[in-house]
Design a protein around this ligand. Structure first.
Ligand code: ASP
Length: 329
């Protein structure tokens, strides 16, 4: 940093455990403002980062909506046009793997968006919020994070939005990625080890008419009755299939009929690895389902596949566009 330039970061607080304090009615709930979150960081002034605060929402992660996130993406665009070097979003960890991916899909500017949160509430012993927020601010201000879209910074690791998942309910290191974090924060600096290619960038046409997309998991001994009920009520469907893309044989007629009407995406519920294309040949195998018109999610997990399909449908994407976007993702 030279004396003429101070890195400028916009901080948006959306609530979550990082902002939660004990309530008279019992339990913790979102209460702290963005300024209060900053006030809990030792040594912030010494970083030289100027932080512009925005109290955007005060919600648990589970209650955030697509509308909240789309509005946030517009605010972020304006801040970036106004010259901020990066953006930090604090929110509930429960939905970070989805919100970060949604922001990543909508984000085209060079300045990075960094999402973080905390596993322990603000007044808990060894609350992790201040350290996570400080690391997120450092990454947001770092030139090395530019052109990486939306990242998740947690426990000093830097994750690409498209790979990150919350894989533990309560651990301080709840966030993991396959193939692994793309970088880390050490000695006050962001270190980027991998630079993934940018993914698809859908454009929403009408944000007042967002499609309804369901995720239906394949589960043992399921006869497909619930699948059929859901499939009649949605604009798009993601199947969270077994293994490399398998479902019970009883599902095949419903899936074939549904895929002829609406986009049906085939994802793996395993949490890592890709849907295969050409290995298994039984009814309900990946080969069978792809031949019946399902679209492979590749390595994208079912929850992220739902976000991508939702935004593509919100942009009136054709079936061919959808297939291309999933290949790119
Ligand atoms: N456990 C959550 C959190 O970290 C609760 C939420 O998502 O708001 O914030």
């Amino acid at each position: 940093m030279n004396s003429a330039h101070r890195d400028r970061v916009a901080l948006y607080s959306l609530g979550g455990t990082i902002a939660m304090t004990p309530q008279p009615s019992g339990g913790v709930a979102p209460a702290l403002s963005a300024s209060e979150l900053l006030g809990a960081i030792p040594g912030l002034a010494e970083t030289g980062i100027q932080v512009d605060v925005h109290d955007f929402r005060r919600l648990p992660g589970a209650s955030l909506t697509f509308h909240d996130l789309i509005e946030l993406a517009h605010h972020i665009d304006r801040q970036i046009s106004d010259g901020v070097d990066g953006v930090v979003v604090t929110q509930g960890t429960d939905t970070i793997e989805e919100t970060a991916y949604l922001l990543d899909l909508l984000h085209t500017a060079d300045a990075p968006i960094i999402v973080t949160g905390a596993m322990r509430s603000a007044t808990a012993a060894s609350a992790d919020g201040p350290a996570n927020l400080l690391a997120a601010l450092r990454v947001a201000a770092s030139p090395s994070a530019r052109r990486l879209g939306c990242l998740v910074v947690f426990a000093d690791e830097i994750h690409a939005a498209r790979y990150v998942r919350k894989t533990h309910a309560s651990s301080l290191t709840a966030f993991t990625s396959r193939p692994g974090p793309i970088g880390y924060v050490a000695e006050d600096e962001a270190h980027i080890l991998l630079r993934p290619e940018p993914g698809p960038k859908p454009t929403i046409v009408d944000q007042d008419r967002l499609p309804r997309v369901a995720v239906v998991p394949a589960i043992l001994s399921d006869d497909g009755h619930l699948l059929g009920t859901v499939a009649e009520r949605v604009d798009g469907l993601v199947v969270a299939a077994f293994g490399v893309g398998h479902v019970p044989a009883a599902w095949v007629p419903t899936l074939a009929e549904t895929a002829a009407r609406i986009p049906v995406v085939l994802a793996s519920r395993t949490g890592a690895g890709s849907v295969h294309t050409n290995t298994y040949g039984f009814p309900g195998s990946e080969k069978d389902l792809l031949a019946r018109g399902l679209i492979s999610a590749g390595a994208l997990d079912p929850y992220k596949a739902r976000i991508l399909l939702s935004l593509l449908l919100a942009g009136n994407a054709s079936r061919a566009d959808i297939a291309t976007a999933f290949t790119q993702a």
